[in-house]
Design a binder for this molecule. Structure first.
Ligand SMILES: [Zn+2]
Length: 276
């Protein structure tokens, strides 16, 4: 049975480096579950073409091209010009980028790569997807210094405090929660404190076909690993219906109304690259 609600997966990674783009089944399951739009994020330059190809093959996939902080030291000379060149040809956002103090990548390299992507997003008016782990002070310092030139921004898989949340909301950020929301009740106060007009939901998934497959290591890539409990939440876009149902229930909202609100937020976040 086709679902009636229309879901947005605001952050995923459907490209599989080194594997064929065998997403037909994933897309069919997403469609059947009512997932009508997916924001697919690259993690390094080696991903960009795969993300562009996926978006060309499915109207539902919106491409985001960028360099993840984990890969900041591997960025090859001239990447900024190549990114600009692709963005001028293709209506794409910039992502995934950001700052991460829990990885081994040199933090000054991360900052440099992040601020360059922020500048490009600002200049070309493209939505920017931000990953931040334990680097909120530096992130806020950079964004607050940029206050009059900020592009549309989304903080993906938010994990900060209430105070950080309020400062990000004052900067106009969308705040996206992943399936960790189901597994981790520590996220609930921030989720409930996020105004509906700033809220997004995501799988952060790589389109892994099943929990069993993940346990076997099938479909593994060197893209960012899933931080939440796979036994509770599968990471392909079709699984996001569970997250929406959980989130709507927590906020005491009717599912359809909740879905419409999130859908509208996604349209506002990506308005400079839609319609494609
Ligand atoms: Zn991600």
């Amino acid at each position: 049975m086709m679902a009636t609600a229309r879901y947005l997966d605001s952050h995923c990674h459907l490209q599989k480096r080194g594997l064929p783009l065998a997403t037909d089944e994933i897309m069919a399951r997403a469609k059947n579950a009512g997932v009508s739009r997916m924001l697919c994020n690259a993690t390094c330059e080696g991903d960009w073409q795969a993300v562009v190809d996926l978006a060309a093959s499915s109207q539902e996939i919106i491409p985001f091209l960028g360099i993840h902080p984990w890969f900041a030291e591997h960025a090859e000379r001239g990447w900024e010009e190549r990114l600009r060149g692709m963005l001028k040809k293709i209506p794409a956002g910039i992502g995934e980028t950001g700052l991460d103090k829990c990885c081994r990548t040199d933090f000054s390299a991360q900052q440099q790569i992040f601020t360059t992507q922020l500048q490009i997003a600002s200049e070309l008016k493209r939505p920017l997807v931000i990953h931040c782990v334990k680097a909120w002070g530096k992130l806020l310092e950079i964004l607050e210094a940029y206050i009059y030139q900020l592009p549309p921004m989304m903080i993906h898989s938010f994990s900060g405090s209430r105070e950080i949340l309020q400062r990000l909301i004052r900067l106009g950020c969308f705040i996206s929660f992943s399936g960790r929301l189901i597994a981790d009740s520590k996220l609930h106060p921030c989720f409930l404190a996020t105004p509906l007009a700033n809220l997004l939901l995501e799988t952060d998934g790589q389109g892994r076909p099943s929990v069993a497959g993940v346990m076997d290591g099938a479909g593994a890539t060197d893209a960012p690993a899933q931080p939440y409990n796979q036994t509770l939440f599968s990471d392909e876009p079709a699984a996001i219906s569970h997250l929406y149902q959980f989130a709507a229930r927590m906020r005491g909202m009717v599912l359809d109304e909740f879905c419409q609100g999130i859908w509208k937020n996604g349209e506002i976040f990506t308005h400079t690259i839609l319609p494609r």
